[in-house]
Design a protein around this ligand. Sequence first.
Ligand code: IMP
Ligand code: MG
Length: 181
Amino acid sequence: MSQASITPLFSAEDIAARVSELAHDIVRTCPPDLLVVALLRGSFVFAADLIRALHAAGASPQVDFMTLSSYGNSTQSSGAPTQLRDMNENVQGRHLLLIDDILESGRTLQYAKELLSARGAASVHVAVFLEKPGKCVTDIRADFTGFRIPDHFVVGYGLDYANFYRELPFIGVLVLDNSSR
Ligand code: IMP
Ligand code: MG
C-alpha cells in the first residue's frame, strides 16, 4: 500500500472514558430489554467495548451483527450500501440499539435503520462512536455520539483504510502522501 502517516486524535484512555459515559446515557434513555445490532466490520471494537460498558452500567443486552459495505478500498464513500451478511435474531417487536463506527453521509445507518424498522422493530436507537458534522446527506441522526470530528479520514479502533489499521487502540487521522486516494 501507499506510504501513510497517522496523527493521533483520541487516545485509548480518552476512548474508554467516553465509551463509559455513552453506556450510562444509553441505560438512562433506552428500554432495558435491548438488542444491540452492531454493523460490521467497522464497529466491532466499539461494540465490544460498549457492551461491556453497558454491563458495568447495569444493562443486560442481547447482541447481534449485520455486515454492510459502502466504502470499498477508498477514502471516499461509494454511495449505496450493500448487505453482505444478515443478522440472526428476529427484530419483530424488539427495542434495538444500532451501532456503527462513524456517521458520515448517513447512508449506511439510514439503510440499516429502515431495514430494521421495516422488519417490525419496536424502536431503533442509534449509537455511533464518531460523527463528522456537516457531511450527512440523509435524515438519519445519532441518538448517542462518542466524538464529533472534523472532516478528516480517520483510522484505528476498528476503523480501516483498505482493511488496515483496525487494530490500533487509538483513533488517528490518516494522511496519504501520494495521489492514490
Ligand atoms: P456513511 O454511510 O457515509 O455514513 O459512512 C459510514 C461508513 O463509512 C462507516 O461505517 C465507515 O465504515 C466508513 N467511513 C466513513 N468515514 C470514515 C473514516 O473517516 N474512516 C474510516 N471509515 C470511514
Ligand atoms: Mg469501513
